[in-house]
Design a protein around this ligand. Structure first.
Ligand code: NAI
Ligand code: AKG
Length: 444
């Protein structure tokens, strides 16, 4: 089996030279699903896995805009429409200087399996730009969003491709993008999710990724007959996902002791409370991308240039960016007594860290644990189509049920010899539904 996987991956790498992040994501899925794939002639004859590794369409474009000094700036925009077998392309937009085609291909690829796990009819896609919002004014961000959408609007639509937020894209950016789409296309449709409530957003969407990860974690710890109450938790990042996870963890009686940014991490021995969690929103809106002011404001410790994985905790939730937790970090966490790692960022762990964590603690992969965000985006699409809004309680109940279903799917497909491998469970569970749909739709 190993030789066949190597052969498959070598061919993929030769076709996509230089796309290291995409190779990392593909390798993980290919290893998990190979047995299912190779033993099923219907999938093999139709070359389903080869097709799944090739985006249906990749759009790249120039994004020219004018800064506050009147100078022209040029960024690159992308939308990778990966797979539409089970629904319109669906996935976020990332505005961050690290954005490359490889990063968006890994994210779009992951999104396909994640969206399948949600049980909702959504295909996979991802997009974004290398635009850096750090130090930019609101007007600059608006002009950038308008220019980005001027091209993107030719390729998306409520039944074709429905983008949303991701790193660097929250309610403010979605508002500017939506306004420009409406102006150019002259239609008010659910073409984006993560919209502010006043024009079609869903209650609980801002919280959904963090809440969903915590709901998933509740089921994981329950497998060991434990609860979240009293657990000490390390979070990374201080953005949208960190905020949502902190809110729910604190509500359920856990103690969150770290948040982080590109500048280092904060250790707050008292734990986050409502005021401190609220402050994360101010930090994010400041466009400065540093977490140190939290430590100054609340008298917590700040460790410049360090990652939160050196803290002694029961659980860790990486919530920032890909490959933010490496093998050394994983070993340190486990040595310090950490029993659960809930990958809430997309591919937050390096391949080596993931393998170590699967063997040495309970590890939830991002495509399962962070699927709550896109799941509530799917519910936002449903509400837009119905021209109706569900209450926060209704959306939260649906989110909670979806996360339980995802957990159950991981257990169903990932249990071997009495041990749950959540990585295999998520990959195989996500793969089978998309593969069946692709076979049924013929060679397209
Ligand atoms: N927003 C959503 O609904 C979903 C987001 N995700 C994933 O969750 C993660 C966070 O996304 P959001 O909170 O939405 O973005 P955000 O833009 O609100 O926050 C990103 C955070 O990551 C930090 N960060 C970025 N680069 C970093 C680095 N090199 N080192 C340390 N920290 C760094 C930023 O300082 C910021 O605090 C991403 O991996 C994203 O793909 C996954 C599912 C859904
Ligand atoms: O809400 C969405 O459509 C996508 C969220 C997202 O970007 C993700 O799940 O990684």
């Amino acid at each position: 089996m190993e030789a066949k996987i190597n052969e498959f991956m070598e061919a993929l790498k030769a076709r996509t030279a230089g796309e290291a992040e995409f190779h990392q994501a593909a390798q993980e899925v290919v290893e998990s699903v190979w047995e299912t794939y190779d033993s099923n002639p219907k999938y093999k004859n139709a070359k389903i896995l080869e097709k799944m590794c090739e985006p249906e369409r990749t759009i790249m474009f120039r994004v020219p805009w004018i800064n506050d000094n009147g100078e022209v700036e040029i960024n690159r925009g992308y939308r990778v429409e990966f797979n539409s077998a089970i629904g319109p392309y669906k996935g976020g937009l990332r505005f961050h200087p690290s954005v490359t085609l490889s990063a968006l291909k890994f994210l779009g690829f992951e999104q396909t399996f994640k969206n399948s796990l949600t049980t909702l009819p959504m295909g996979g896609g991802k997009g974004g730009s290398d635009f850096n919002a750090k130090g930019r004014s609101d007007n600059e961000i608006m002009r950038f969003c308008q220019s980005f959408m001027t091209e993107l609007c030719k390729h998306i639509g409520p039944n074709t491709d429905v983008p949303a937020g991701d790193i660097g894209v929250g309610g403010r950016e979605i508002g500017y993008l939506f306004g420009q789409y409406k102006r150019i296309r002259n239609e008010f449709t659910g073409v984006l999710t993560g919209k502010p409530l006043e024009f079609g957003g869903s209650l609980i969407r801002p919280e959904a990724t963090g809440f969903g990860a915590v709901y998933f974690a509740q089921h994981m710890v329950a497998e060991n007959k434990e609860t979240l109450e009293g657990k000490t938790v390390a979070l990374s990042g201080f953005g949208n996902v960190t905020w949502g996870a902190a809110l729910k963890l604190v509500e359920l009686g856990a103690k969150v002791v770290t948040v982080s940014g590109p500048d280092g991490y904060v250790y707050d021995k008292e734990g986050l409370d409502a005021e401190k969690i609220d402050y994360l929103l101010d930090l994010r809106a400041s466009n400065n991308d540093v977490v140190a002011p939290y430590a100054e404001k609340f008298g917590a410790e700040f460790f410049a240039g360090k990652k939160p994985w050196e803290a002694k905790v029961d659980m860790a939730f990486p919530c920032a960016i890909q490959n933010e937790l490496n093998e050394e970090d994983a070993k340190l966490l486990v040595t310090n007594g950490c029993k659960y790692v809930v990958e809430t960022s997309n591919m937050g762990c390096t391949a080596e860290a993931m393998l170590y964590l699967v063997d040495n603690c309970a590890f939830a992969p991002g495509k399962a644990a962070n699927a709550g965000g896109v799941a509530v985006s799917g519910l936002e699409m449903s509400q837009n189509s119905l021209r109706f809004n569900w209450t926060a309680e209704e959306v939260d109940a649906k989110l909670s049920r979806i996360m339980k279903d995802i957990h159950d799917t991981c257990v169903k497909f990932g249990t071997k010899d009495g041990k749950i491998n959540y990585v295999n469970g998520a990959n195989i569970g996500g793969f089978v539904k998309v593969a069946e749909a692709m076979v049924a739709q013929g060679c397209v």
